[in-house]
Design a protein around this ligand. Structure first.
Ligand code: GLV
Length: 329
């Protein structure tokens, strides 16, 4: 039987599924430190990860490893050049999380715009003594301009919801989406600078790459309207969190909603001290149904990637399909 490591806690029934095909080493605990991860992978044929860093040094320590299945759509934790050089297949879990993640983007954006978290903290602190005409004035969503940076599947799901709010949708992406999609979403392509100047609510839904590091920094924040909000449901590192904390504190933008952070689960302490930011612990895809779908898809990818089950050799979501069938090097 082939051996796999499941590097994170996961639904126990998914472990049972994997046990039908593999000898499973399940790390049902805190994130494995790199040296322990390497030690546990030394004799494994496959692994199921969720954000664990798999780079050239990890692959070198795991000479049998042929498939690493990430339970996430983003795979910036995989050093893909090293995967390709070693003929290791990487897989991810796209699509099944699009709608839940788009819903959550709206939840954060609306909470930021209408100051829901900030006013709730104030209320819980016992500070509500009287109604006031100017208490917690926010920014409207209905009829405003939504700026989506990253118009992939989640960005499109997010933009589709804007119709009900009668919003004007502008977007920026590496390349323009197909004209039919632009027409369906009533979305206008804009340069990043133009989008930042015009949008009332900016939402980030782009993958993290070296090129996208600090896509939003001090210079970009300076272009935004003082009444605008910024929501990040993509990845930490896309926003310069230190610069954002300053912009929020100085009210250069109105508010932010952040689900992801540079260096999470630690976060820039300055963010904890500004009131006009809603902070959530990387839960945009966290509904029972969606997390189950992601876990099962990650298992499907591992099972098929390692040549087992009805889709043997044809995993649903290969990132680097070119290595399928090549010997591990
Ligand atoms: C979550 O952040 C994911 O990439 O699926």
């Amino acid at each position: 039987m082939q051996k796999v490591l499941v590097a994170r806690p996961i639904f126990p029934d998914v472990i049972e599924r994997l046990k039908q095909h593999f000898e499973v080493d399940w790390h049902n605990g805190d994130v494995l430190p790199a040296d322990e991860l390497k030690r546990r992978l030394a004799d494994k044929d496959g692994a199921l990860t969720a954000g664990d860093v798999i780079d050239a040094s990890v692959l070198a320590a795991a000479p049998r490893l042929r498939v690493v299945s990430n339970m996430a759509v983003g795979y910036n934790n995989f050093e893909m050049a090293a995967f390709n050089a070693a003929n290791v297949l990487g897989t991810n879990t796209p699509d099944v999380l699009n709608e839940s993640t788009a819903d959550f983007g709206w939840a954060l954006m609306m909470a930021a715009a209408r100051r829901i978290a900030e006013s709730e903290h104030w209320l819980r602190a016992g500070k509500w003594e009287k109604w006031s005409y100017d208490g917690f004035l926010g920014s409207d969503l209905y009829g405003s301009t939504l700026g989506v940076i990253g118009m992939g599947r989640i960005g499109q799901a997010l933009a589709r919801r804007a119709r009900g709010f009668n919003m004007n949708v502008i977007y920026h992406n590496r390349s323009r989406v197909a004209p039919e999609i632009e027409a369906e979403l009533n979305a206008e392509y804009a340069s990043k600078q133009d989008l930042l100047r015009r949008a009332d609510h900016v939402v980030l839904v782009l993958p993290y790459t070296a090129e996208n590091h600090h896509t939003i920094g001090a210079a970009e924040l300076a272009l935004m309207k003082p009444t605008a909000t910024l929501t990040n449901i993509a990845r930490g590192g896309i926003v310069d969190d230190a610069a954002l904390a300053v912009a929020l504190r100085e009210r250069r933008i109105a508010a932010a909603g952040l689900d992801v952070f540079e260096g999470e689960p630690k976060l820039n302490p300055a963010l904890l001290t500004v009131p006009n930011v809603v902070l959530t612990p990387h839960i945009a895809s966290a509904t029972e149904a969606t997390r189950r779908a992601m876990a099962n898809l990650a298992a499907d990818n591992l099972i098929a990637g390692l040549g087992e089950g009805p889709r043997a050799g044809r995993p649903p979501n290969p990132i680097n399909a070119d290595v399928i069938g090549k010997a591990r090097s």
